[in-house]
Ligand binder design. Structure first.
Ligand code: ADE
Length: 225
């Protein structure tokens, strides 16, 4: 998979890809992530990418021209499955969306700033608009990093134990059950006996029950879906 991120703050997108699972996925050649500084596509010497909004009002709007230039250049080089815009008024990211996007070959992610982008960008270029939650960030970059993390870990070969993504919370619309590790007893606090029993059908049954109970208690909305 190849991910091209268009941003006015490329430095904000460096560190998420320099450590841990994402770093390993890149090193293994399973994903390529490129950031593009939108200012490189401005047409004036000031590298302007935003302007006042028509009709008046506070806040700047990201201009269509630099975005068009950047997206159009990328599209001459390869085909893209999706051009995603990160915005608080997009569809809220969930595991289903991440699963779908993890199957894509090439995606572009456009990070919004200020009051957002000229609506014509959204109408003409964007195939999907994603929010990472009902709160407003200073820009789309951190949302883009969250989105990339959730997608990249689903690409086959990225996680060492392939099954571990399958047992994540939200796969099957259930939260994950509780987990424990050594010691089996700490300050008198014991691990549930079934997990030490070696009886794998029983363990599996216990985990399913716990996942269900936890979901019913914390996220009953998932069970309705
Ligand atoms: N940009 C600003 N807030 C955002 C959010 N909640 N999700 C995605 N992009 C954003």
């Amino acid at each position: 998979m190849r991910i091209d991120i268009i941003t006015v703050l490329p430095e904000l997108l460096k560190s998420p890809f320099e450590a841990s699972i994402l770093r390993r996925a890149i090193d293994k050649g399973l994903v390529e992530v490129y950031t593009h500084n939108l200012r490189d596509y401005a047409s004036d010497n000031y590298r302007t990418i935003d302007d006042y909004q028509f009709g008046g009002g506070a806040g700047m709007v990201m201009m269509i021209e630099p975005i068009d230039r950047c997206i159009s250049k990328l599209k001459t080089e390869r085909e893209y499955d999706e051009v995603i815009y990160m915005t608080p008024d997009g569809n809220t990211l969930n595991q289903k969306i991440s699963n779908q996007l993890s199957l894509a070959e090439n995606i572009i992610i456009l990070c919004g700033h200020y009051k957002g982008v000229d609506q014509r960008v959204r109408d003409r270029f964007i195939t999907r608009e994603i929010s990472i939650g009902d709160y407003v960030l200073s820009g789309g970059e951190l949302g883009a990093a969250v989105l990339c993390d959730s997608i990249i870990r689903l690409i086959p070969g990225v996680l060492n134990d392939e099954t571990s993504a399958l047992t994540d919370s939200f796969q099957d619309n259930l939260l994950a059950p509780p987990v424990y590790t050594r010691p089996a007893e700490y300050k008198g606090w014991k691990v549930p006996g079934v997990l030490l029993s070696g009886n794998f059908p029983e363990i599996e049954k216990w985990r399913e029950e716990q996942a269900y109970l936890r979901t019913r208690e914390r996220r009953p909305d998932l069970l309705d879906e």
